[in-house]
Design a protein around this ligand. Sequence first.
Ligand SMILES: *Cc1c(COP(=O)(O)O)cnc(C)c1O
Length: 392
Amino acid sequence: MTSQNPVFIPGPTNMPEAVRLACHVPTMDHRSPAFAEILHPCLDGVRTVLKSETAEIFIFPSTGTGGWEAAITNTLSPGDRVLVGRNGMFSHRWIDMCRRHGLDVQVIEVPWGHGLPADAYEAALREGDVKAVLATHNETATGVVSDIAAIRRATDAAGSDALLLVDGVSSIGSMDFRMDEWGVDVAVTGSQKGFMLPAGLAIVGFSEKAMAATRAAKLPRTFFDVGDMAKGYAGGAYPYTPPVGLMNGLRVSLDMLLSEGLENVFARHHRMAEGVRRAVDAWGLDLCAASPEVQSDSVSAIRTPEGFDATEIVTVAARDYDMAFGVGLGEVAGKVFRIGHLGMLTDAMMLSGLATAEMVMADLGLDVTLGSGVAAAQAFYRHGGKQQKAAA
Ligand SMILES: *Cc1c(COP(=O)(O)O)cnc(C)c1O
């Protein structure tokens, strides 16, 4: 029965039963009107989640990584300069992809645990002919959220007309994301995080400016060509065979998120996250996130004491309790473990994760009092997440 445990990794996330069942569809002709009845609610629903009026939405059979590729290959040409901050493993991987595509990548190095610095973006933008600014909204490796609106302001202040391409893979659908208000030109996500689906879809939104850029962009693209996709959509279909089951799941997931209400979804994620943060405090541990304003509401990376291998927590949790937490990645491998708190989660589920984390840490000899973190989270959750933090 332990296979019924929820997971506490920052993707793939737990699947609501209704979403899982919706993925289970009989074979369907994807050129039939029945498919259009799945496609169109998906496109409209994603646009709503992105808080955009005008974005063109494209859904590829892929993952978030494919979404990165769609973002750059459709808008840029070989040798184009892109400006990007590196503050964790996911921003690092996107940088690597840009380099492999022959882009001229200017990297702003940011200490892991910190947010992307708008002032450094602005200074760099004043110097060079940057075609696109890249930013990871929520760095899943460190549990750090960055201020995308500030990066847009920095771009404008520098007088740059660069496109703003944003990785929202672990924020969209869990944390507030305002494509239009923030002036995001391409927003990237996938199916297996905030949308509570299995992996298998890259979901992207393109602004009008980004669509205009696609017409001049020379990077090679075929599978991820948004022009081909747009032509397909115009006929209610796809340029190739779509993953109908996943898309029907997405339709139901969007229904769930929008009927809960986006602001309620974000508030629930904040409550889950705050309970975890209270527990971390009670354990006497620190978050990787350097300051409260950059703490992510979808994932917490928790530092363990010097000399202790944080990966052990993940290994023992899986081996002895059949429960999944996230390992540290890249620079923080072995130094942090991660608790994913996005997607389908309730107070009760979260408490079970915290209780298990405590057992594992005690088993491994860390100085953590059983029940301490759980009690701190309980005290918070039982007041509907409204209890103020005691003065230090
Ligand atoms: C998960 C994740 C990705 C990669 O997505 P895949 O679906 O695994 O390809 C990219 N960026 C961020 C911030 C992520 O959390």
